[in-house]
Design a binder for this molecule. Sequence first.
Ligand code: AGP
Length: 615
Amino acid sequence: MCGIVAYMGEKEAYPILIKGLHRLEYRGYDSAGIALVEQDKDIRLFKCKGKVADLEAFTEGKDVSGTIGVGHTRWATHGIPDDKNAHPHYSENEELVIIHNGIIENYASLKKELINRGHVFKSDTDTEVLIYLIENIRKNENVNLVEAVQMALNQVVGAYAIVILSKNNADLMIGAKKGSPLVVGVGQNHEYFIASDATPIIEYTRNVVYLDDEEIVILERGKEMKIKTIKNQDKTPYIQALEMQLETIEKGGFEHFMLKEIYEQPRSIRDNMRGRLNLELGEVTLGGIIDYQNKILNAQRIIIVACGTSWHAGLVGEYLIEDLARIPVEVEYASEFRYRNPIITENDLVIAISQSGETADTLAAIELAKSKGATIFGICNVVGSSIPRATHAGSYTHAGPEIGVASTKAFTAQVTVLTLMALVFAHKKGTISEAKYRSLLFGLDSIPDQVERMLKLDDKIKYISSIYKDANNFLYLGRSYNFPIALEGALKLKEISYIHAEGYPAAEMKHGPIALIDEEMPVVVIAPNKGAYEKILSNVQEVKARGGKIIAIVTEGDVDVSSLADHTIEIPEVDEELTPLMCVVPLQLLAYHIAIMRGCNVDQPRNLAKSVTVE
Ligand code: AGP
């Protein structure tokens, strides 16, 4: 997935585009470019491999004037990251330029047809095929640019969010989307912005329109915006006022977005209970699914689909929902689910979990389940993104923008919502006692303060990080509710520090991984004083006996595991069902500090992007 940004108004476009690209770099950053248009003059296009800062250096001293332009920061899907494959792309006669986020699945056949007609391509990208197709249609069908875009998009199979400019009309900007996000900002005096998300826009205007799939926005200088479908149906723009403030996406005094977001968790967890958890009345209300009570009561099975960290949250959800609401739950990698011809019936309730709301595999899994008659709930962090718009109902995670590529506050927000959902399901079905229900309500209400206390352990965790920062391998062990946390802790470490790390159910160690244990192997053991504590104690003894170095996450006052561990990190005592929300926080900090000590770019780890909007 890539970041796209465009501007047309009275201001100089260049500074707005560059600043916007910096805000979008978390979406992908292997090459960047901009194009600026002035009426009937050649389009000035600058692009290069590397980050936005490299593009700024590249444009130093060049003519970057103009009040209309487009910008793009890329995460390669077609064509390796290099100058020629960077966006924007010219049409063959260089009268048009395009920027694109998504993947044109039938680009090869379209390209072959265009080559047969004598067109010569300059890049390996699917994007260049699209702009050549648009130019070809406009000239051969003798239609205007908007009609040519419509006709071309009707031939396209795949996902796109595009913006197109023409050298022959410096007062026209065309955007279109399907399967990839695109938002239009509406400023004063018909000033317009288009971007992949709102972060480049909100410092100029909070009035935005989220395009729906197969919609085209036609922006003309000084005129009201028009929205049409690719089938040429007129649509009424729905302008909504965004509440997001600019500073919420700044680093807020922290060195990295990831650390800021780890420290935001007391607030974000609290925000996810706001208006949902009512201690006085002793009840949980999830407005987003309130119309589906019967569906929940009669659900034969719940299927959770997600990717990465969201999949780990889904695993915690499985333990919660089965343990508390006694509804069978299956957790599926969306990428596997969509292709394995799964058995899905209208009795199934599918819960799709996604921070970005744009993960292609999760979106496809939703469409598959929907086509088989299942009811789909979403748990998503981005209002107006594709996944919530594809589900029947759901609950947003009110974690605020998560800029760091490694997901932290979104994960604990997802687990919070899943805990609330499990409580709603259990209470409706009468599968837990009133006492247990209230204990969990009060326990959940205390979590933000408990996380606040955990964050005060940061220095101790930083010290432990300094001891193990040079390890080549880590093992993370957990049981029951904290097996998913072992997986999540391992993912956090590997994706930002590039250390190989594996999460395992603690008992599984005897079935292979124990062969890895030696003095060089730090083993993180998640051992709250709940559930199978005695069992995990014996696992700790097995590791100790083989010289493994043990970093134990234990409950305050713990003695047995702590007496064997090389290092302990104490969490406050909470109900077993709530321990995932506590135990994950020190593991986030451990990964963060080790990565920093290893000189890694924690906010933009190599090879990764924040939202995987392609397969
Ligand atoms: C998490 O740290 C990773 N960045 C990644 O695994 C992420 O969770 C996954 O790509 C799913 O993204 P989503 O939640 O936006 O769908």
